[in-house]
Design a protein around this ligand. Sequence first.
Ligand code: C5P
Length: 320
Amino acid sequence: KSFLQKLWKGNVSSKMLTPRLQKARREYLRANKLGVNFNGKQNSRKLNPQELLCVLKDRAQVKTLDGKDAPFSSLGWEKYFPKIALNKLYPHGFSTCAVVSSAGAILNSSLGAEIDSHDAVLRFNSAPTRNYEKDVGNKTTLRIINSQILTNPNHHFTDSSLYKDVTLIAWDPSPYYADLHMWYHKPDYNLFPPYEKHRKRNPDQPFYILHPKFTWELWKIIQENSNEKIQPNPPSSGFIGILIMMSMCRTVHVYEYIPSYRQTDLCHYHEQYYDAACTLGAYHPLLYEKMLIQRINQGTEDNLLRKGKVILPGFSSIHC
Ligand code: C5P
């Protein structure tokens, strides 16, 4: 069986990666730049899908900064964060939602119309829709952006239409002991000044910063349910986004996160850059994230093969 077929069945390990990606994982483990000290336990028994869903529903509760905690409270930041919390922004939730990964494999998928038929669509970072409508659709309801989007001038965060008329959710890797003081003074990329500036100019646009506790809680759930040591870095925007949508939607359809038969080393559908790490992980524990998502997939294997599509129940549809 090919690696891809094994991934669809959820039977892969880091040993099946290329030596370069195995080495990258080992080096991130050795460097442990964010000071991860996992003292939870790896589940001795493999949880069944329903048990896994219940763990996620119970623990993966979306948390964003609200300015009430130090240092933000004493810095007078409460006024910059949106008054309506993210979990209250869409009070009725959505019926069906699409999460669109940025993988090159979505090219030539003709999934655009299907994606746009959902009630809400989540996209990532600088992934465009213009000129790619046929494959990725053109509706965007929410966009998750990492701190590099806000700080790297190449992304034109202030001017680009990609970041207008959508709900924005930004995040940045914090040290494992998510002390907000430490993180505020030493973020990976300093997203705070551009965030403040954007909020002053666009006070009506819903724009949140994820609390690092949320991303590390997701990391712990992945580690507890993997049988290897996972990279000691936060999960990818894709995994974070899937969990956010599970809290807002009754059903979540995820496209080309677990690759279809179109799998390619093309990193993003909108860029000429080839690297298998984008799909299988170097910095992010992507392989393990994807195996976890594969385990809770309620869609058919045919959907996975042809569309790279996983179907997940939202938290409101899970009864624990
Ligand atoms: O690269 P970027 O983080 O902007 O891509 C958005 C998300 O899409 C990733 O976090 C990852 O979850 C997913 N992705 C993927 N395979 C790729 C590229 C992106 O699974 N080749």
